[in-house]
Design a protein. Structure first.
Length: 132
């Protein structure tokens, strides 16, 4: 039988959403959004950067995965001292599968920490999901 839509395909789907670099002191804001094209089960959400990130205390940034209501934090990476990301390497921001209704959104938020913050590089939010 032939598949009628992407939802009918066997296996998982994988979307890549680009987000911009941010200057150190930029205010907290939503930098990427993913739209659920059908009722699905999100398997993982990962981040990959074009340049390395070296965590530091006091002035830094956090990346937060926010649910469709734009306020509930599902997962986060706080780039404090000892929390780093290599250029081109994937980092899980959320690795526990959950269901989303068609039309719901996931947001990636860059959160300023400290008055000076820390610059963040261009990156991708990687969303792996399957139909349910």
């Amino acid at each position: 039988e032939m598949a009628n839509s992407r939802h009918d395909l066997i296996g998982s789907n994988f979307d890549q959403i680009r987000f911009p670099n941010e200057a150190a002191a930029n205010a907290t804001d939503l930098v990427a959004m993913w739209y659920a094209p059908f009722a699905c089960r999100v398997l993982t959400v990962r981040i990959v950067y074009t340049d390395a990130v070296t965590g530091q205390n006091t002035n830094t940034f956090n990346m937060n995965l926010i649910n469709t209501d734009a306020t509930t934090e599902l997962g986060n990476i706080d780039y404090v001292a000892g929390t780093n990301a290599a250029a081109g390497a994937e980092t899980n921001i959320y690795a526990t599968a959950f269901n989303l209704a068609q039309g719901n959104n996931l947001y990636l938020q860059r959160e300023l920490v400290g008055a000076g913050g820390m610059a963040s590089p261009v990156g991708l939010m990687l969303v792996e999901y399957e139909g349910r």
